[in-house]
Design a protein around this ligand. Structure first.
Ligand code: ADP
Ligand code: MG
Length: 601
């Protein structure tokens, strides 16, 4: 009985106002539960039946005492046992049905929420992943969404179940003897609260104990870790005194804790016992005056003690709400982030662009960043031309590439493809016409074949083979255990940087877009790997408008136009010959390069 009366665990009242009100949580996430709403009434019925059965099972003891034990008759035992077995079987079935339904509902609800958040994140601009920590996004997608579920469905269901049990148990109490019920329901909580006060003191004392032993180790660690300094300064005695002080503190805390436990432990027991005693004494009076049977008194006390469980569950529900509110705040914040790049109404759909790429006075700054990353940049590339971008790191080269794929829109000026503002084009069709090759090519989960056909999953085997051939993939594909069907594994750990770059070239060849953006495709590769992608790159660039970013001036030299970027501005532009002749920044870069690699030049 004591175990049932003693409150275990910390107080579960809400610590602070939840950041997202419950109504808001329900409003925002109810749509995900909506498709399953037909099943909710069934769940509620099962919960109600469960509570009724639990109440009835306790009632059976009254029958056993009053009908069998007290009169000393065995006959009623037959139907009581039968009823009990029946109740147990029904309870088993109901519990199973309830559990299964609840799990099914919860998982479906979770699935829809996760899908909604995931697909939303995919519509956000790519820099969301730069700005937010990946782990944080994943936490929002998993544990935060889970926290919402544990309130919206499970929490509400558990709360309801607890509420019904409280209702039924109390009803049973009043039905048995309403005066006694009134007294018990007023007196017991008072005793419980007093007991809780005392047990709070005990907890506080043991917490202090732990804190003290923690600081002893801290002093010891600090002192021992700096032994050289301590000894060199002849501070051993001072350190010992410091250690002694903490040591003394531990003893004090230990003794205090023992005193408090010795004093208040029995007091807690006593107070709880008193609470039950009041009921037992008054109950016994009621029994002697014939207002209550002995069995009635027994189950009365049982119902009373059993009330504690659901009351505590209701209390911990506020914890669940608190966590759900915190989770909801994070998920809602993510869901409310609007995608910046979206199709305008009735966008222009281009099938195959000619490949005229134009930037007109483009200025662009990253959201939240101070200085613009690009300023008044102009560029024009005719179909089939090659335009090179060079410049120090941070000068805006990659940013320019991102604008060409419309990962961002310029703050001022326009980016055009075939004379049309990118903002007027259907986004998907724009990206079918512009391929990008990054410095670090990510290899995706799946086979080599899947990786090559990533942008065109409908490509035939023959097309994939031809692209692989031209990109120099075929050579190393043969050496892989399952050829094109080899699973490249997570993040393509099986492929070297150069091989990955050739896969990317094959991918771009297969995508066959008229415009190509190369962002330092050979940086980070060794000389051998670089020369292995040289020919494939040339094949890829043939007949395409290419914007190439490179530090390798040999790649840059044959470009139709070279732009030297500096701090987001175009510092110089012209052909290789013109720039070298102009004697500016490019010319000095070239001179350095010449000096370093005279043979190559
Ligand atoms: P480059 O490719 O020439 O090395 P970038 O185009 O990557 O240079 O960067 C240009 C400038 O924009 C740099 O100052 C860089 O710090 C800044 N920048 C790049 N990416 C982001 C981003 N996602 N958010 C904010 N600032 C960025
Ligand atoms: Mg870059």
């Amino acid at each position: 009985m004591r175990a049932l009366l003693v409150p275990s665990g910390e107080g579960a009242l809400v610590g602070a106002a939840p950041p997202v009100p419950v109504r808001e949580i329900l409003r925002r996430f109810w749509p995900d539960a909506r498709p399953y709403r037909r099943w909710i009434p069934l769940g509620l019925v099962l919960i109600a039946i469960g509570a009724v059965i639990e109440t009835a099972e306790i009632w059976m003891f009254k029958l056993v005492v009053d009908e069998v034990l007290v009169p000393g008759e065995l006959q009623p035992l037959v139907w009581i046992v039968a009823a009990y077995i029946g109740l147990t079987i029904v309870n088993g079935l109901v519990t199973f049905g309830d559990d299964y339904l609840a799990t099914w509902l919860a998982e479906r609800f979770l699935q829809r929420m996760r899908r909604r958040v995931f697909s939303h994140v995919q519509t956000l601009s790519v820099d969301v992943l730069d700005r937010r920590r990946l782990g944080d996004l994943i936490a929002r997608l998993t544990s935060d969404v889970q926290a919402i579920e544990s309130f919206v469905l499970s929490g509400v269901a558990d709360g309801l179940s607890a509420l019904l049990r409280i209702l039924f148990f109390s009803a049973a109490l009043f039905y048995l003897q309403w005066q006694l019920a009134l007294v018990a329901l007023v007196v017991t909580p008072i005793f419980l609260l007093v007991a809780k006060r005392f047990s709070g003191l005990i907890k506080h004392a043991s917490r202090e104990k732990r804190r003290r032993s923690g600081s002893l180790s801290a002093v010891a660690e600090e002192s021992l870790a700096n032994q050289m300094l301590v000894q060199a300064s002849n501070r051993q005695h001072a350190e010992l005194r410091r250690f002694e002080r903490e040591n003394e503190g531990i003893i004090e805390a230990q003794l205090a804790s023992t005193r408090i436990r010795g004093l208040f432990g029995p007091l807690v027991d006593l107070v709880e016992l008193l609470g039950v005693m009041v009921v037992i004494v008054l109950g016994t009076v009621a029994v002697t005056s014939g207002d209550l049977t002995i069995g009635g008194l027994l189950v009365f006390i049982t119902y009373l003690t059993q009330l504690y469980g659901p009351v505590q569950e209701l209390g911990s529900l506020s914890n669940t709400i608190f966590q759900a509110a915190a989770g909801a705040e994070r998920v809602i914040e993510l869901l409310d982030e609007k995608p910046r790049i979206v199709d305008r109404p009735n966008p222009v759909l281009i099938t195959r662009a000619r490949g005229v790429v134009e930037l007109e006075d483009v200025t662009f700054g990253y959201p939240g960043a101070g200085e613009p990353a690009l300023r008044d940049v102009a560029l024009r590339a005719e179909p089939g031309q090659k335009v090179a971008l060079v410049g120090p790191s941070g000068s805006g080269k990659t940013t320019l590439a991102k604008l060409l794929l419309r990962f961002y829109d310029p703050d001022a000026g326009t980016v055009r493809l075939d004379g049309r503002d990118l903002r007027d084009l259907e986004l998907a069709s724009l990206r079918r016409n512009v391929s990008i090759l990054l410095q670090e090519t990510p290899v995706l989960h799946g086979s080599l074949r899947d990786n090559i056909s990533f942008a065109r999953p409908d490509a035939s085997d023959e097309e994939i083979r031809r692209a692989a051939e031209a990109a120099g993939v075929a050579g190393f594909a043969k050496a892989l255990p399952d050829g094109y069907d080899t699973d490249l594994g997570e993040r393509g750990r099986r492929l070297s940087g150069g091989q990955r770059q050739r896969v990317a070239i094959a991918r771009a060849l297969l995508a066959d877009a008229p415009v190509l953006v190369l962002d330092e495709p050979s940086t980070g590769l060794d000389a051998e790997a670089r020369s292995a992608i040289d020919e494939p790159l040339r094949r890829l660039m043939r007949d395409r408008t290419t914007i190439v970013i490179s530090h390798d001036l040999l790649t840059v030299r044959d470009a139709d136009q070279i732009l030297v970027l500096d701090g987001g501005r175009v510092a110089e532009r012209g052909s290789h010959a013109e720039l070298v002749a102009a004697g500016g920044r490019y010319a000095s870069l070239w001179a350095l390069h010449d000096a370093a690699e005279p043979a190559a030049a």
